[in-house]
Write a protein that binds this ligand. Structure first.
Ligand SMILES: [Cu+2]
Length: 371
């Protein structure tokens, strides 16, 4: 009788746990969806829903370039359970490794082990085998279960190490940007372009922005990811990113580029990405717990045409290196002092402010309230 009661209690408990898990699932899915989509999907995003030859202006200051609006679902979290769409060669290689090798391998091993467990539970329980077998040591099976995992691991190691090697082989860079972490914002220095600096702060929502702060719009990017000053790079360029920090350890990460590098005070770390061949905006976040406002120091990289890049550099008070001047973003050769002329940018409304004494670093809004 007691045994029967125990069985009933066990069944009821199992059912309750199953129901709880089912109930938790939609709630979890909802939470994920909210976290991944700070901007509701129904929010119309100007400039993307319909092909628009003149995307909305983000920064409206005279002399600056026309900053483009991001494309929903590209360069930002999506509501799918998968990697963000990858836009660099390294990202595509990593995505292939993850989707084609790792996930199927994990699925096969999980199903196989589950099958073994069920087989043992069904055929080798005390009821089915009242007299336990005393079999031990089977050389063949021991060789199989040692060798098989070794073969699997070696099989995974080959593409894994190949990907790692590709990530660490920085090709000849067209542009170097120094990304410096601060509590809690990023600064970007362009040593190839006269060493100017931009300060990048998260944009606050309407109602939260105070004083002269510009509230976020959808053209700036999703909530918690949009910034006032993006890191701008020319299309198709190999960008070397040197990361460091002014205070604690931060991490510069842009998932769509498959890039994540710690920014450590007193140290220079290096990573790279090849910018896509077309304009776009790609978002990331600091990926190292760095303090109270760790979640509010996003990263936004804007890929623009080479002409627009030269124009933006001039607007920021920088210079384009090399004899070809502004139209050539191949910044590694030549002295930055040789070219100070702004590019004949396609969208210049006023002459670009090359050589201005205004240090761009000081014109940006200060770090957000540190509380
Ligand atoms: Cu940080």
């Amino acid at each position: 009788m007691i045994r029967v009661l125990k069985t009933i209690r066990g069944t009821v408990l199992a059912m309750l746990m199953g129901l709880a898990a089912l109930g938790a699932q939609p709630a979890f899915a909802q939470a994920t969806a909210t976290a991944n989509n700070p901007v509701p999907l129904t929010t119309p995003n100007p400039g993307v829903a319909t092909p628009n030859p003149t995307p909305p202006v983000v920064a409206g200051k005279p002399g600056d370039i026309v900053h483009i609006a991001p494309t929903p679902g590209v360069g930002m979290p999506t509501d799918k359970i998968s990697l963000q769409p990858q836009v660099t060669p390294i990202g595509n290689e990593a995505k292939w490794f993850h989707n084609t090798i790792l996930v199927p391998m994990m699925a096969i091993i999980s199903v196989f082990v589950l099958g073994l467990l069920i087989w043992v539970i069904v055929f080798y329980n005390a009821r089915a085998n009242p007299t336990a077998s005393h079999t031990h040591h089977n050389t063949l099976i021991e060789i199989i279960w040692t060798l098989f995992p070794v073969i699997i691991l070696v099989g995974i190691a080959v593409p894994s190490i190949r990907l790692l090697a590709h990530q660490y082989e920085t090709p000849k860079a067209d542009l170097t940007v120094k990304a410096i972490g601060n509590q809690w914002y990023w600064t970007y220095q362009y040593p190839d372009n006269g060493d100017f600096e931009v300060v990048s702060n998260m944009l606050k929502e309407k109602g939260e922005a105070t004083g002269k702060e510009k509230p976020r719009t959808d053209a700036d990017g999703p909530r918690l990811l949009a910034v006032d000053e993006r890191m701008v790079v020319p299309e198709g360029a190999v960008v070397k990113v040197i990361t460091t920090s002014n205070d604690v350890i931060h991490s510069w990460a842009v998932p769509a580029f498959w890039v994540k590098m710690d920014a450590v005070p007193g140290r220079l770390n290096e990573t790279w990405f090849k910018a896509p061949d077309h304009p776009g905006v790609y978002f990331g976040q600091c990926s190292e717990l760095c303090g109270a406002r760790h979640a509010f120091m996003p990263i936004a990289v804007e890929v623009v045409s080479k002409d627009q890049f030269a124009q933006w550099v001039a607007y920021k008070g920088g210079t384009m290196p090399g004899a070809k001047g502004a139209t050539n973003p191949d910044a590694t050769a030549g002295s930055p002092a040789t070219a100070g002329k702004p590019a004949a940018g396609p969208v210049a409304t006023t002459p670009a402010v090359a050589g201005t004494t205004d240090k761009p670093a000081t014109t940006s809004q200060p770090a957000v309230a540190q509380n």
